[in-house]
Each structure stands twice: as C-alpha cells, then as structure tokens.
Design a protein around this ligand. Sequence first.
Ligand code: PLP
Length: 489
Amino acid sequence: MTRISLVRKLPAIGRLLDDPVLGGVLELYGRDAVRVQAQREIDGLRHRILAHEHASEPSSDTDSLSIIGLERLIEDLPRRIAEQVSLSFRGMRRVLNATGIVVHTNLGRSPLPAEVVEEVVPLLTAYCDLEVDLDSGVRGERNRAVAPLLRNLCGAEAAIVTNNNAAAMVLILATLAKDREVVVSRGELVEIGGSFRIPDILAAAGARLREVGTTNRTRLADYENAIGDDTALLLKVHPSNYRIRGFTEETQPDQLVELGRRFGLPVVVDEGSGLATRTEHSRLKGHSSLRELLEMGCDLVCGSGDKLLGGPQSGLLLGRADLVESCRRYPLYRAMRPDRFTFAALEAILRRRLAGRPMPLDSLWQPFEPLRRRLEALADALVEAMVKEGVKDLGVEEVEAQGFVGGGSFPDEAVPGPALAIHPADDELARRLRLGEPGQVSVVGYLRDQKLMLDLRTVHPDDDVLLRDAVIAAVASPASPSPREREQP
Ligand SMILES: *Cc1c(COP(=O)(O)O)cnc(C)c1O
C-alpha cells in the first residue's frame, strides 16, 4: 500500500462520528464539539502521512513510522478523538494533595473546612443581608460583618476586604500614590509568582517607583535621601518566596515608621502571607504578623486571606481608619470588592480563627505516629494489591520527606516528616495518578530520585480510602504505553 492510498483510508467525518466508540462523548458534549476534534485529528493524521511520503530524511520522526504504524493510527482514530474530547472538556476536579505543600496555589491554596462550607450554604442558596442594614432597612456596607472580626484579630483601627492581596496593593497604591512616588528597597522589588511583580503593580496603580538601596543592603538613610516633594508613601514588601543571605541589611518596619512620622508620610507594608498574629504560628520565624506591624505603627498593611489564614481567596487591607476609608471610597474598589461567597466564607473562617480552632498549617507539624500508621496501612494495602495483580517491579517504603508552607511563604521552612515512596516511578505513573484511573479521584504527589512521593500531611485522614484506591488503580493498571510508544507499531 502506498502512502497516498493510506490517505484514502482516512474515514469521512460523517462515518467517523457514527463510530460506537464515540457514542459516549457525543452524548456528553454534543455533535459539534466532537466534530471539531475529529476534524483536527483527521487533518493531523493526513499531514503526518503526507509528510511521511515526502520525507527525504529517513531518520526523521515521521519516517520512523511504518505503514502498519500509520494504519494503526487510522484504526485508533475514534478512541483518540474520544480521549481528546474528554480531556479538553474536563471540568474542575477534586484533587488529593499528597505534596506536603499546605498552601498549594496551583491546587487552590488550602481547603476550606467542611463546617465552614456548610455554614455558608444557606447564605448562598437564598438572599442575604450583604449590603442592607436590617435594623434601619437602608443600604449597608458589605464589609460590615468581617471588619470587626479583622479589627479584633489584628488590632486594626479599620479593615476592608478585596478580591485578593494583589488587588489590595493596587488599591492602596492607586488611592494614596497615583502620579506620585513610592519609595521601595531594591531588595524588595520581588515577583511573588503568578505575575505579581512589585514594579508592575506600582505601574498598574499609576504610581512611580523610587527604588533605593541595593539588592542586599538598604539603610534608613537610603529611604530618607529619596524623600522629596513627590513622595507619597514608604512601602515595604515581605519578600515571601526568597531570602537574601550573607552580607545583608534591611530596614525594619519600626524604623520606617519613625521616618514616616518625621516626614508626615504613611508607611505601607505588604505582609503577604496573612499571618494575623505571632501566636498563630509561633514556629514561623523572621516575619512580622499583621498585628505586630500595626502595633509598630505601620499605617496600612495588607495580606492574603487564603494563605496562612486558610480562607477564601481575598485580600485583607487593614490600618488607619482615614486611609482605609479613602481606599474604600476610591472608585477602583468597586472592581475589587468580593461577592457574598467570599464575605460569608471569610467571616466563618475569622470566627474559627478567633475561637482558636485548628488552622490548615497545623497539619504540617502533626505528630508522626498517627501519620506512620496511615502510611503503613496504605503501604500494606498497596503491597497486597500488587501481589494480587502480579505487579513485581515496584517497591514501597517509608522515607523522610520535606513539607512546606507554600503559597510563596516561608521558603526556608522545610518541615521533615514521613512519606510513602513508590519506586522506581516515572512521569507516566505520576500522570496516571493525576488524571485518576476511571472512577478514581485525582492524586498529586511528586517525583524525587525516581520515587513517587506521597506525603499524607496534606491529605485529610477521611480521604485515606480514596487515596488508597486511586494509588492501587494507578499502580495495578496495565502500564499504558507512553504517547510515543502508542504510535509505534
Ligand atoms: C502572596 C503574596 C501576594 C499576592 O497575594 P494574592 O492574594 O495571591 O493576590 C502579594 N504580596 C506578597 C508579599 C505575597 O506573599
């Protein structure tokens, strides 16, 4: 058979869509969606066959496919289309986080406690008094319920909430420093990840950056020398995700406060992680809490509501009543104010926080013994399943792993703890676990030295059974060929 006749073997799209293999996805996603994907696959395959025909380099990738290989790809078309359609329409999925990183931004930061979700449901499935004062019946203010909780927790004069901390920063800078200068240390011109870069945030807010000092050393005198008629405020940013070590000097917030007072300039601190008080996580060092910063006299501070606090995505903006009020009245706040879901969940989280209930980060320092028992149960079940399925080439053992706070916070804080290692493991096993074998939950672990690591500190014990079944299914499933192998005859 020539390659041109292979092209003729490519099925017509109408016939392809009638293939029973596509019945399921047709029903779920509709004919149009499947047709688009089918056309894409046919075009791709035609291109490959023709490229193959014209390939002059025998070693080229396409040429390594034999005619039989190409014929198989044609036969495999319906299955591939079904797989691609399912992948491209895959919605958000529940994931078990076995990375040991508590505030995992890519996995939604930290989970909300189930009780909190139950508490907010009645506020979401009905109307609520988001912006009405039920006492007088007149229009109210949406920060009404959370503001006193935040004031109480952090010792602030006033507080408002934004959609996230990045928004809080932009709002502060736009309100207080539009078209004027903001003095920042060169050691704090950081990028936090997900495109939060201090110089860009300043530019977005219309403020001018006045950088002072050097990467590793910035003295009080550097700030002082930069102050001029155009200076709007002094800004300090917690570098969060990196540390400068060695020959360093950093100006402390209380020194900046003293300087600000002398020149009548507000001092603003982007604390970042949402550490409300020192006692909250006494193990976390070298970082002033929101409460401490306010006690030092900082005029405005901001942090995330969904990092250490474990709340919904939000920004906490706290400080001097007049400045907070200016921010709240600034027109941009309209574009940054959260909805009732955020306010309701944050309120519930703050109440728990004030009542001293456990916080997500506590799991990082949980005692080893119960953890070891969970790991052992998982290992035993896994070994038993592997014996039953005849999987002989995998080992399972407990190893020491490092857990992290995550969310770009406290990069130095690696917390050792036991984890399960499955080895030798490759990307394909990790992928099967991530995607979840049919009927199984998705599990995200990580690879280290050809070991698939599962850290249970970030998995709720109630989910251990789901985790076990997912790992067993991924390990015991007949090793599905890698995409490359799939295309070889
Ligand atoms: C995380 C962080 C931000 C961004 O906060 P989001 O809530 O993700 O917008 C900004 N600044 C610092 C210092 C941070 O740590």
